[in-house]
Design a protein around this ligand. Sequence first.
Ligand code: MG
Ligand code: MG
Length: 320
Amino acid sequence: MFRTRGLSGADPFLRRATTASAPSVRELRLNRAVGAYLGLAVGDALGATVEFMTPNEIRHQYGVHREMIGGGWLKLRPGSVTDDTTMALALGESILRAGGRVDALAAAQAFDEWMRGKPVDIGNTVRRNLIGFRRTGNPEAPASEHDAGNGAAMRLAPVALAYLGEPEDDTLAAVRAQAHVTHHNGLSDAGCEALVMMTQDFILGENDITVLHLRAHALVARFPEYMFRGKPRLNPSGYVVDTLVAVFQALFETESFEDCLVNVVNRGGDADTTGAIAGMLAGARYGATAIPRRWLDALDPIMRDKCRTQARALLANFLD
Ligand code: MG
Ligand code: MG
């Protein structure tokens, strides 16, 4: 489905490598890490146009939606991002201020400050639990079966970057600490953990087959809800399982950044968030240089710069 032209995935680093000196491991990793962050923003902005539409409605209106044109129910300017990207940036800021660590209280304060800034959109679970934090001062929301939304999963890029090369247990503890500020739920936790490990694996240069088996299938083995083999998941809701099933299908069925993103956002539903998460994974897999130039050019320049700058700052300890 939604098969599209496949040349955009060619990695200029690798093309250059045949004519000049090969890029260093450091350059390749930096390209993929910045790709994860820019991919998140690009996917958010691309998907927002068709958020809450069904695949049929999208087909009727756009044929295949593949351009950064804004609009959607939020009436965005072309290239504008939504809460998925701005919450990730708020979390990233709090990580940098805490010396490269996730600190639950710092994250809760950053999200609270973000909410006070009247973001263009905000999820119900995020709002409810941030209001709870204002009342109690406790950055960990109470565990709840109602908190299995995708709101903790959409903002993981800064955690993946900040904990690159760190022990897996520390990384997973950081994932849960940031997640529990707004989503304290076992399915959300498991999905978030898998997403961060997948992003890190790709940045470090693992191939898709390894990531598929080591992370995606392992998640399904623990939580069969996440089974993503089979019928295409269309119109994915904000339920984290629905979201990740659509994202995994799009990621592992395609072979370029552009094809992955076009595939996932044309499924409709919570398309800005499936776009954001698929963008993070595909950006890590293929690198920033594989993101279509026309999408990067259309992206809100302030957000584009923030993503680039913050990605490099979060990586400082790992790369130097
Ligand atoms: Mg959003
Ligand atoms: Mg959304």
